[in-house]
Structures are given as C-alpha cells and as structure tokens.
Design a protein around this ligand. Structure first.
Ligand code: NAI
Length: 337
C-alpha cells in the first residue's frame, strides 16, 4: 500500500528543487504516490485567495504534504501561503533541525552544530490582527495563549525525551513583554517541570542571538514563540551554510507539511542553480514521519556523502555544480548504498 502525499512544487525555484527531491525520494525505494497540487503567485492572484479548495482537499485526504516555496503576492490583502496553511490545518509546531553538513565551509569549521528549533506556528504577531486606529497610527496585536504555548512546549520536550536530547532553552523577551512572553515562559516552565531529566534554561532573545553566533555548539533544543522562531531560524541557517541546506516540518495533530526554510528565490529561479538539499532533507523528515525509517536514513546519508565528497555542490555552498549535477550525485550515492 503506497503512502499518498500531496506534492506542492510552488513557484520560483520550487519546481526545480521539488523535481530533484521527487527523483531522490523515488530512488530510496519508498512507495510514495504523489498527488500534485499546483500553487503559485499567478494562481493566487487569479483565484483572489491564498489557499484554493483543491489544495486543502488534497491535504485533508493525504494528511501529508511536501511543499516547495510559494511567492507571496506583494499586492496588499494576501496573507502568506504558509501562514494561511499553518492556520487552516492547525500545524502548530514548526520544527527545524540545523546541523553542520560534512565539508561545508563556514566560520565554525572545527565546531559541530546540531540543534533543533521548535517554533510556535499559529499565533504571536502572525495572528494578522492589525488596525489603523487613527490615521498614521497602526497597532499589530501579539496574541499568546496558554493552550498554544503548552502545546509547543510539550512537543519540544517530548521530542527531546524521545531523541535523548539533553537541554531545552526557551527564548523570550519577557523583560519587556511581561504579560505575553511572561505567559509563554510560565507555560514552558510548567512543562519543563514534567521532564526533570532534561535541563531547562531561558534566554532573552537578543542575548540568545549573540550566544548563537559565538557558541552555536552549546545549543541543543530551542523553544520559541512565532516571531523570534522565524528570525532565529534564519540566523541559525546562516551558521551552517545558508538557507539552501536547512529543512523544516510543520506538524499538527492530524496533518504534517514538510518544507525547506527558504523562499522562492526569484533571483536564481529557472537558472538551474538552486540547491535542493533543504527540500531533500525535508523529504527525509517526511519519510521518518511516514515510518519509512530506512528510506529516510538512506536519503540523509546520500546527501551527506555528496557533501563529504564535495565535488558536486551548488554555488550557495561554495561549489559550481547545477541543481541537476547535485541531484545526479545524490542518486549515485543512493544507488551505492
Ligand atoms: P529566499 O529564501 O527566497 O531567498 C533569500 C536568498 O537565499 C536569495 O539570495 C536566494 O537566492 C538564496 N536562496 C534561497 N534558497 C536557496 C536555495 N535552495 N539554493 C540556493 N540559494 C538559495 O527569500 P526572499 O527573497 O526573502 O523571498 C522570496 C519570496 O519567497 C517571497 O515572495 C517570500 O514571500 C517567499 N517565501 C516563501 C516561503 C515559503 O513558501 N516557504 C518562505 C520564505 C519566503
């Protein structure tokens, strides 16, 4: 019985990295039946809404999606596709593993970075509640609830327990946003008290940003509300070589959508330069979620083997190979495994 998965190639570099990833997933031998659902800027503009019904129908049927980036139309009134999708399917946990890949040149050559970021995905300043109260005065509401904070904290601690992780750090600005971030922190502390074997710490977001740059190897699990999680994820991606290599997952109680951290990269779209690593590693997370652990391990190991060899890397990570060359190298590594 195959696993049915919704494939959303997206736009910009999305279709290029999605095609590369589908080839790699097929080469693992996992039995995946893709249900392709197109979504791009033109479709959104024509439909006049961010999420067409066929996309939600497909994800409601398959419960699992692999998604490329989608350009958010600049025209006012359109919500970001990702924000809309996360809310529509209640994908409350954004999970981003940030790891050093072998052979990648970054500022921390002798340091191994291995952290997992858990970002609350449904509220905070992404609630979209903005008002112009009088002309030229705008407020944007930051919403933090106990339900959502407890849920993301428990998700992070459960991950830590199951994966033998040692330390969770909650990141906040409760010294300024005493009520909102104060509530988030109280929820994190409450959940932490249920996991005495896991060390729990707190860092203010500005200090955390500096510590991440100076001592990235000391971070293990990071637990953040939505906005800090968004910013810190990109910062962390920069520590290990950039957006082209960091995967992600949006997890809910019933649905899961796997996608890279990066956007549609219009500056390199259609040029065969995009790095498909981030989406391939997102697909490896998807395979684990589907219980296809061997296939997930094979795909992860094949990507790492190509980085270790260092001969077929794309421009963003210091190589001069195309998307297709990199993908062929991953397929060869998969064949050899
Ligand atoms: P971006 O992530 O698309 O690009 C930032 C920089 O990183 C660019 O220089 C780009 O060339 C490079 N880059 C990104 N991914 C790469 C890859 N796989 N290989 C090589 N280089 C890569 O961010 P930007 O420019 O802020 O956003 C462009 C569009 O993407 C916007 O419309 C934005 O709304 C959308 N977006 C969509 C996301 C999604 O659907 N998940 C996430 C973030 C942005």
């Amino acid at each position: 019985m195959p696993h049915y998965c919704t494939l959303i190639p997206g736009d910009g570099i999305g279709p290029e990295v999605a095609e590369a990833t589908v080839r790699a997933v097929e080469a693992t031998g996992a039995d995946i039946c893709w249900r392709r659902a197109e979504l791009n800027e033109a479709i959104i503009l024509e439909a006049g809404k961010t999420l067409p019904q066929y996309l939600l129908d497909s994800l409601n049927e398959t419960k699992v999606g692999l998604k490329g980036p989608v350009t958010t139309p600049v025209a006012s009134g359109f919500q970001s596709v990702n924000v809309a999708l996360r809310k529509a399917l209640d994908l409350f946990a954004n999970v981003r593993p940030v790891r050093t890949l072998p052979g990648i040149k970054n500022r921390f050559e002798d340091v191994r970075i291995d952290m997992v970021i858990f970002r609350e995905n449904t509220e905070d300043l992404y609630s979209g509640l903005e008002h112009e109260i009088v002309k030229d005065v705008v407020t944007s509401l930051k919403v933090i609830t106990r339900t959502a904070s407890i849920r993301i904290a428990r998700y992070a601690f459960e991950f830590a327990r199951r994966n033998n992780r040692k330390k969770v750090v909650a990141i906040h600005k409760a010294n300024i946003m005493k009520l909102a971030d104060g509530l988030f922190l109280r929820c994190c502390r409450e959940v932490a008290s249920e996991y005495p074997a896991i060390e729990y710490k707190e860092l203010i977001v500005d200090n955390a940003s500096m510590q991440l740059v100076i001592r990235p190897e000391t971070f293990d699990i990071l637990l953040l509300p939505n906005l800090y999680g968004d910013i810190v994820s990109d910062l962390a991606a920069g520590l290990v070589g950039g957006l082209g290599i960091v995967p992600g997952a949006n997890m809910g109680e019933t649905h899961a959508v796997f996608e890279a951290v990066h956007g549609s990269a219009p500056d390199i779209a259609g040029q065969g330069k995009a790095n498909p690593t981030a989406l391939m590693l997102s697909a490896a997370m998807m395979l684990t979620h589907l219980g296809e652990n061997d296939a997930a391990h094979k795909l992860q190991s094949a990507v790492e083997a190509v980085y270790r060899e260092g001969k077929h890397l794309t421009g963003d990570v210091g190589g001069d190979s195309s998307t297709a060359d990199f993908t062929d190298a991953v397929l060869r590594a998969l064949k050899a495994s």
